[in-house]
Design a protein around this ligand. Structure first.
Ligand SMILES: [Zn+2]
Length: 183
């Protein structure tokens, strides 16, 4: 078996307490949630119609999901404003990851079609963005539920939050809230 260079395996990260307080769709709950809980929930940036959430079980450091507020699992149902806002937030996410973590490349994409695509939250679509480094593991399907653990998610959160905060149009309010973009 080949030795795998896995620099992100620094610390086991597990969300404390889970999301037991959430009824129904967790992404909707996060979208509408109290902004002062953003850090605890690892929501790192918000636009008017979407938000960026760090994956609690990342494949690599900085693995995030860019999630529209609209509760749908069908990409074709997103209206134009949401499509544009979501796309712009993805652009900002690549910039923030470049600045905060400096990966060599990215894998990014949607899992559509529910269980067959391997997604865990089928009803609320989300774009995964996974930073890649030369020499990290072979890319595995982004949405299998087995691959775990990475550098401390909190560290990634801080790096990304700082990078988002430095972007044009960013509003930063305290330490616990996500960086907000309104345009
Ligand atoms: Zn939802």
């Amino acid at each position: 078996m080949d030795q795998v260079f896995a620099p992100w395996r620094i610390e086991w990260v597990e969300r404390e307490g889970g999301n037991d307080d959430v009824d129904g769709c967790v992404f909707c709950a996060f979208a509408d949630g109290d902004p002062s809980e953003d850090r605890d929930r690892r929501v790192v940036a918000r636009s008017e119609r979407a938000f960026v959430l760090l994956n609690n079980y990342p494949y690599n450091p900085g693995h995030v999901m860019v999630i529209p507020h609209a509760h749908t699992g069908d990409y074709r149902e997103l209206d134009e404003e949401t499509l544009l806002d979501h796309a712009r937030l993805k652009q900002r996410t690549f910039d923030a990851l470049d600045d905060g973590l400096g990966p060599d490349a990215y894998n990014a994409g949607l899992n559509l079609g529910g269980g067959a695509a391997g997604g865990s939250i089928d009803d609320h679509l989300h774009t995964h963005v996974v930073p890649r480094w030369e020499g990290d593991t072979n890319f595995m399907p982004v949405i299998s539920d087995t691959q775990v653990i990475v550098e401390a998610v909190d560290d990634s959160y801080d790096r990304l939050r700082e990078a988002f905060a430095a972007q044009d149009g960013a509003t930063v309010d305290g330490e616990t809230r996500a960086v907000v973009f309104s345009e």
